[in-house]
Design a protein around this ligand. Structure first.
Ligand code: ZN
Length: 437
C-alpha cells in the first residue's frame, strides 16, 4: 500500500515537472522583421514582413500604420495551426498617407500555452519616411552636339540627394559624377549600336525609389560607317586559333574556333569592359590633349563593318570598335594621356591589353601588345611608354588597336585627338560643373 502511494506521488511530481516544462517551453514571441526597416520609401516600395517562431506555431499578425496621430490597419491575419514562419507584403498604395514620417507597428502572437494559453505576443515598430516625389533634374549645359558613335558631356543639378543618376540611352546607362559644388558631370556616348531615333534622357533615383526624368537639348549628327572586307586564310587560322582552342573545346576546326572567338569572345570582352568601367576617378586626371601613336598609319577606323570572307564566302560580320595603327614591329606605345592603369592583362580578342582610366568614365585601351611595362594601380604620365605593339589576341599582324571607352561603351577615338572638339564639347563644360548653385 505504501509502495502504491509513493508511486502515485512520484507520478504527480513527474506530471507537474513535465507540465511545467511544457508550460515554460516557449516564452518568446515570434520574431518580426521588416525590409526595408528604416529610411525613405515610396507607396510603391515592396515592404516585406517576415515572421518566425522557433518553438510554437504562429497564431496571428496585425499591422498598423500611424501618421500624425491617425491609425490605419493594414493587415490582420490569423494563421492555421502548424505554421511557424510567414511572409507578408505591406501594401501602402491605397492608403491616404502624406509624405513625411510614418510609424509601422506589427504585433504577432504564437500558439504557445504560456500566459495561460494566450501565447506570447511580440511587437515591433519601424519608423520610415514616406516620399512620393521624384527628384527634379535640371540640365545646366546648353549645347550638346553629338556624333553617332561619339561622346558628349552634360552638366546637371538635382533637387534632392539621390542614389543613382546619369544618362539613359536605350539599354546603356552612363553614370553622372557629383562634384564638390553639388552639380553633376556626366560623360556619355551615343553608342554606335543604338537606334539613331533613340532619345537620351537624364534620370535620377532617390532612396525611396522614385525616378525623375529630365530632357535636354541635343543635336545628333548621323553618320554612316565604312564597310571592310577581311579575308580569312587557312594560314591565319592555323597560327592564331590554337591559343583560343581550350576556351571552345567543342569547336572541331580552326574555322569553328574563329567563329566562336569572333562572336562569343567579343561579347565577353564587352562585359569585361563594363566591369573595368566602374574603376574610374570622380574628376578628369588630365588637362592636355590626347596623343596619337606617332608615325603610325591608320589601318582600320572606328565603326568599320567588317565582312569576314573565307574561301570566297562571307562567314561573319562584326563592327570594329577602335582604330588600328601600324608602324614598325614592337613599336613603343605611349599613354595617350595621364591617368591610372585599371587593367593590364590578357583579354580575349584584345590579347595583352592595357586600360588607362582618365576619370568620369573615360578610359583608353591599348590592345594586341607584345609586352606591357605597367601594372594595375600605376599612375601614368601623358606620353609615358606603357608597352610595345604586337599581334597577341585576334590580330593578323603587328599593330596597336587603340580604343576610347566611356562607361564600358567604345566610342570614336578621332574626337579625342581633336583639340578643338575636346575643348568645345567636353572641357569647356567643366567650369559649369564646379559652380555652386
Ligand atoms: Zn583593331
Amino acid at each position: 500500500m505504501k509502495k502504491i502511494k509513493s508511486l502515485f506521488i512520484l507520478l504527480i511530481i513527474t506530471a507537474l515537472a513535465g507540465g511545467s516544462y511544457y508550460y515554460f517551453s516557449d516564452t518568446q514571441g515570434p520574431q518580426i522583421k521588416l525590409t526595408p526597416s528604416s529610411g525613405s520609401i515610396s507607396k510603391k516600395t515592396n515592404l516585406g514582413l517576415t515572421l518566425n517562431d522557433e518553438l510554437s506555431s504562429l497564431a496571428n499578425i496585425s499591422v498598423t500604420v500611424e501618421q500624425n496621430g491617425k491609425l490605419l490597419q493594414v493587415l490582420d491575419t490569423t494563421y492555421n495551426e502548424g505554421i511557424r514562419s510567414a511572409s507578408e507584403n505591406i501594401d501602402l498604395s491605397t492608403l491616404l498617407l502624406r509624405d513625411g514620417n510614418i510609424k509601422i507597428t506589427a504585433t504577432s502572437t504564437d500558439r504557445s500555452v504560456y500566459h495561460f494559453g494566450k501565447g506570447n505576443t511580440a511587437t515591433a515598430t519601424f519608423n520610415l519616411i514616406l516620399d512620393s516625389r521624384p527628384p527634379t533634374i535640371s540640365a545646366l549645359s546648353n549645347a550638346h552636339n553629338l556624333n553617332f558613335g561619339g561622346a558628349g558631356m552634360i552638366v546637371y543639378s538635382i533637387s534632392e540627394s539621390v542614389t543613382k543618376s546619369g544618362i539613359q540611352l536605350g539599354d546603356h546607362f552612363f553614370p553622372g559624377h557629383k562634384q564638390p559644388s553639388g552639380n553633376y558631370l556626366c560623360l556619355f556616348a551615343f553608342p554606335y549600336d543604338t537606334d539613331s531615333e533613340a532619345v537620351p534622357r537624364l534620370v535620377a533615383y532617390d532612396e525611396a525609389g522614385n525616378k525623375g526624368i529630365g530632357g535636354f537639348y541635343y543635336h545628333l549628327n548621323k553618320r554612316k560607317f565604312k564597310t571592310d572586307k577581311i579575308k580569312i586564310s587557312d594560314g591565319f587560322l592555323n597560327i592564331k586559333m590554337p591559343q583560343f582552342q581550350d576556351q571552345f573545346p567543342t569547336a572541331q576546326t580552326p574555322l569553328e574556333v574563329f567563329l566562336s572567338v569572333n562572336k562569343h569572345l567579343r561579347t565577353q570582352n564587352r562585359a569585361w569592359l563594363s566591369s573595368v568601367a566602374s574603376k574610374t576617378a570622380n574628376t578628369f586626371t588630365w588637362n592636355k590633349s590626347f596623343l596619337r601613336q606617332p608615325n603610325a598609319a591608320t589601318r582600320a577606323t572606328f565603326g568599320d563593318l567588317r565582312h569576314y570572307i573565307y574561301n570566297g564566302k562571307e562567314i561573319d560580320q562584326q563592327t570594329h570598335l577602335g582604330i588600328d595603327l601600324a608602324s614598325t614591329a614592337c613599336a613603343r606605345v605611349p599613354a595617350s594621356n595621364s591617368g591610372n592603369v585599371v587593367y593590364a592583362d590578357f583579354m580575349g580578342i584584345y590579347g595583352q591589353c592595357i586600360i588607362i582610366d582618365h576619370g568620369l568614365g573615360l578610359q583608353t585601351l591599348y590592345a594586341h601588345l607584345s609586352s606591357m611595362d605597367v601594372a594595375v594601380g600605376d599612375n601614368i604620365d601623358r606620353g609615358q611608354i606603357i608597352g610595345r605593339t604586337g599581334s597577341t589576341g585576334l590580330a593578323g599582324g603587328d599593330h596597336l588597336h587603340f580604343g576610347v571607352i566611356i562607361s564600358g561603351v567604345p566610342v570614336n577615338p578621332i574626337e579625342w585627338w581633336d583639340k578643338n572638339w575636346v575643348k568645345n564639347n567636353i572641357t569647356s563644360k567643366l567650369q559649369l560643373g564646379n559652380l555652386h548653385q
